[in-house]
Design a protein around this ligand. Sequence first.
Ligand code: FES
Length: 579
Amino acid sequence: MTDDTTNKSETKAQGIARGLTNYGDLAFSRYLRRSFASSMGYSREMLDRPIVGIAHSASGFNNCHRHFPEMIEAVKRGVLAAGALPVEFPTISLGEVFLSPTSLKFRNLMSMDVEEMIRAQPMDAVVLLGGCDKTVPAQLMGAASANLPAIQLVAGPMSTGRHKGERLGACTDCRRFWQQYRAGTIDDTEIDTVERKLASTTGTCAVMGTASTMACLAEALGMMPMGAAAVPAVSADRLRIAEDTGRIAVSLISNGRTPAEVMTQQAFDNAIRILLALGGSTNAVLHMAAIAGRLGLDFSYGRMNELSDTTPVLVDLKPTGDFYMEDFSAAGGIPAVMRELRHLLNLDCVTISGETIGDRIERADPWVDRSVIHAFDDPVRPNGGLIALSGNLAPRGAILKRSAADPRLFEMEGRAVVFSSLEDLANRVDDPDLDVTADDFLILQNAGPTSNAAMPEAGYLPIPKKLARAGIKDMVRLSDARMSGTAYGTIVLHIAPDAASGGPLSLVRNGDRIRLSVQEKRLELLVDEAELERRCSETPVSPQKAEAQRGYSRLYSEQILQADEGCDFAFLKGEGEKD
Ligand code: FES
């Protein structure tokens, strides 16, 4: 299948002959490459096959991906069995808790690595092997831009651990126990024990956090084999899925199906419906906007709100419900959720395996565990888990996970207690003299995408210790930061424009009144225009804006977009180049 003639167009070449290194003599380039490839022990028969690249993100700094060597072997089996040559290659890995200041800062870097290595190396299709929070969106962004046939494979979720008869799963239970520790109800010895039991196997966090949400959305978009999102990392089924992924990747070489043909506007509507029905992570809103942006598709908060009003929450998973990802998989997984929503989905969307979404629903096992996946007419909540808010405090929008919030706080007016930065928050939130009550709104400024903090998952502001010890478990909290998909509370996030870029959030002062209305989807700073203009003129613009002098941080500070555009880089948006 390899092009052996020098006068044939290089773009028609397959496998090892694709994208030759340029020495000014194509025949020499081909000869040299074949010679160096031979040095790895490949036979000529293997080198004549088309190539499936396996872009993997294993790393010693990524606990979630520690089983990737075994998964890669399974992908290779599938590729070889279908007649192509598998070639694995590493890309940047983003281990969520090992990165400073935050993994989001490096998502776009990873997407560039994935895109450019798909483009630059000789492969005819690619398997994307990721899992931890930012890796799957980075891979889908990169593959969307490269637009070579691609299929997503994920790590799968961790299995739960046990502590004193209770099931434990990262990382909703991490927060639950930490709250108990802060409130003084468990001691140092017990928190140490829990620390060792929270993440007990390889795989991604065990709840419907960002990693699981993005895996489910990759399946809903059609970029993954059916039922592949939720199968546990340690299961033998996970390896069979990997093998099947390898086989499907080979089929993509002959049918030429690209990410842009699968991830259409209709497919995004399907995925947003699934996100809402899952009560999925707020981070997924950012990532979906970024992936859509790479394809030149529309991802608007207005559309998400329309879908949210007509899509019930059907899945009862932590952080908002009772169950874990392993239970979701056993209950029927994404195919079962899609079956409940079938009358709302675009059933004609083609998936990476060639079936439509409608075909997949028909083929799926009809059995479902109703304690985990509810029927459409008996939902967990009547409307979607996420909404976008707007108003003079968030002219370009903000996100609230209403399924994780306390409905008693949905229609509230409160007094602002302002923290001007993460440092200010850390220094003062537990100060016994802090002027704060349970009815106040906690405000965090300068933690958005253009700040030095680079939008960390700090929107889950801690309840001030003196209130926590008095039994207060939730308060309205507002910021331009993000929140872990495993967290919960009445927490307004992603306020845009962010404070560091001079958005209205930067103008909030202690004692201001703020109004939140979930019903009206509004967020208003109740300060008159003249006073805001006065504050605007006296506030230095962008006091905390990141302005790095060199390297990736400089690129980040020059190119980063606001949350409503998915925090992608401006110069990466638009249609991917077509080969
Ligand atoms: Fe990797 Fe949670 S730390 S998914």
